[in-house]
Design a protein around this ligand. Structure first.
Ligand SMILES: CC/C=C\C/C=C\C/C=C\C/C=C\C/C=C\C/C=C\CCC(=O)O
Ligand SMILES: N[C@@H](Cc1ccccc1)C(=O)O
Ligand SMILES: [Zn+2]
Ligand SMILES: [Zn+2]
Length: 515
């Protein structure tokens, strides 16, 4: 009851605020109604080959993914990968996608020992190629806590469970599956494209994606756009928006992985000094955790997602969202509440490893910890390190950087952005009920960050519908994909490849009447 009253009071307050804003906007003559999403280009055009699947095709599509999940391509560290499984994965795709491997206009190369690069030669060399990227390696999975063993790929209530089902064998296998189906229907693309399948994405991509990018660069390749994993169709993440939203990430956060250590003399635990290495390090880490990095809502592209969706919110939220200039302090507080939205508005701090102590009666000679920061698009590595040092404020804690890179550049998002309009057309074809498409931020890191020299149009998006409950499954327990969802992903890729054959985008105004 109290909750409902509070809810009613909150709604009334929002209503009042809304009315006040409307009034204020009129008075100030500043109606901050934000631009609608760009008009629908490629209007009316339909791909030549429809995506009709026989019962056999369906079975084959499902089994191809299940077989891939069973191969334990686990990455523990750059030095510790299951190379037997990585090699097996290569043999597996050869067996499962015979058309891809026997087509004359497709060249296959193995890069860095286990990664794959396919060059699909289009019939029109004038058209600038694009690239589809995915990875085959996965993070480890604990044996406990899963409904089914993590590499069993068992089917349960319409879902395939297993490590890699959404991160990212769904893309690796899905891209090849879409191409296999197209080839069997005698398709030949007009526009060339590359398919990259990395084998060490989960441990930085240096041997796989980075080498693929370097090779393409050496060949003088420029890409019209690149599509990788990193964001999804969000359903039910934002209160006040009923419909699912396809969020296409136009940037990704930077990252710092830092090792912290404290050394102290080892000794007998019966005569301890006042502080131990463990105590000193634990206190320093606790200060880091207790003092989160600044809330930077409004300083980066996170605001674009709200701008794009503003008119979709129910009253009075729509008024709030269309007047961010006034309400951003409130919204930024709301974003802080949940880990998933908090990640969009600040550099995050995650203590991920802690090791110390060698015996119960020995004062520990050293304590070590690893902290993983993900840097907000408006900050840089140096700035974050400065804050970290000031927060720890203890010279006994030594910092050693394992890896550090700045947030990625922001990719184009407008009527002329070829990739965006191809995604828009393809979403319209395959997900007719997803009418909202918004630019967003990828909160994790992807192999695509190695390709900045080949194109400024890097997009991170998987055509999978995610509900809030799905997010923790990524790198967590019970990672799964619905069989229907996977079919849609393959259909999306199948249509994307065909839609990309268009030579150039029609003028937006010329076609807007067609939809
Ligand atoms: C205003 C927007 C509202 C809510 C959005 C909140 C959170 C959603 C953010 C991202 C969810 C999308 C994708 C899955 C999560 C992380 C994966 C990112 C990169 C994967 C890289 C990897 O580990 O291989
Ligand atoms: N893609 C993984 C692994 C990774 C982390 C940090 C840098 C590079 C890669 C992640 O985002 O967690
Ligand atoms: Zn991934
Ligand atoms: Zn991952």
């Amino acid at each position: 009851m109290a909750g409902r009253l509070r809810g009613a009071a909150w709604a009334a307050c929002l209503g009042l605020c809304g009315a006040a804003v409307a009034l204020l906007a009129v008075v100030l003559g500043r109606a901050y109604v934000l631009r609608p999403p760009p008009g629908p280009p490629l209007g009316g055009r339909r791909a030549a080959l429809g995506f009709e699947l026989s019962a056999r095709d369906r079975q084959e599509l499902k089994e191809a993914l299940r077989g891939a999940i069973k191969i334990q391509t686990v990455s523990f560290s750059p030095e510790d990968q299951n190379t037997t499984a990585l090699a097996e994965f290569g043999n597996y795709i050869k067996k499962v996608f015979p058309a891809v491997f026997s087509t004359k206009f497709i060249q296959h190369e193995i890069i860095g020992g286990y990664s794959h690069l396919f060059t699909v030669q289009g019939s029109d060399p004038q058209l600038m190629p694009y690239m589809l990227l995915a990875h085959m390696d996965v993070v480890p999975a604990s044996q406990e806590g899963w409904h089914v063993p993590p590499f069993s790929a068992e089917e349960l209530d319409g879902f395939i469970y297993g490590r890699g089902t959404v991160d990212n064998k769904n893309s690796a296998i899905g891209i090849l599956q879409a191409l296999e189906f197209l080839l069997r229907r005698d398709y030949r693309p007009r526009r060339s494209f590359y398919i990259g399948i990395g084998h060490d994405e989960e441990v930085s991509g240096r041997k796989g994606a980075m080498k693929i990018a370097a090779l393409l660069e050496a060949r003088g390749v420029k890409l019209s756009f690149l599509l990788d994993e990193g964001s999804v169709i969000l359903d039910g993440f934002l209160e006040g928006i009923k419909k699912p939203v396809a969020v296409i990430a136009i940037t990704e956060k930077g990252a710092i992985t830092a090792n912290f250590s404290v050394e102290k003399e080892q000794g007998h635990s019966s005569a301890p000094s006042k502080e131990t290495s463990i105590g000193i390090l634990a206190a320093a880490l606790s200060r880091l955790e207790q003092n989160p990095m600044p809330n930077l809502f409004g300083h980066g592209p996170e605001i674009m997602i709200l701008e794009h969706l503003a008119s979709e919110f129910r009253f009075p939220l729509n008024l709030i969202m269309t007047n961010l200039w006034l309400f951003s302090p409130i919204i930024s507080r709301i974003f802080e509440q949940k880990p998933s939205t908090n990640a969009l508005i600040r550099t995050t701090t995650a203590i991920t490893m802690f090791n110390a102590g060698i015996k119960s009666n020995v004062i520990p000679p050293s304590a070590k910890a690893t902290v993983n920061f993900r840097i907000h698009p408006s900050q840089k590595v140096e700035e974050v390190l400065e804050i970290v040092k000031n927060t720890i404020a203890d010279d006994r804690v030594k910092i050693h950087l394992q890896e550090a890179f700045d947030p990625l550049p922001i990719s184009p998002w407008d009527n002329h952005a070829f990739g965006v309009q191809i995604f828009r057309r393809t979403l319209l074809d395959v997900f007719p009920d997803v009418s909202n498409i918004a630019p967003g931020i990828c909160i994790g890191n992807t192999d695509s960050r190695h390709f900045t020299k080949l194109t400024d149009a890097i997009y991170r998006f998987n055509p999978l519908v995610f509900k809030p409950d799905d997010l923790p499954r990524v790198h967590g327990l019970n990672e799964r994909i619905s069989i229907e969802g996977y079919e849609k992903q393959v259909e999306f890729l199948y249509q994307l490849i065909q839609n990309s054959d268009i030579s150039k985008l029609p003028e937006p105004h010329a076609n807007s009447h067609e939809l």
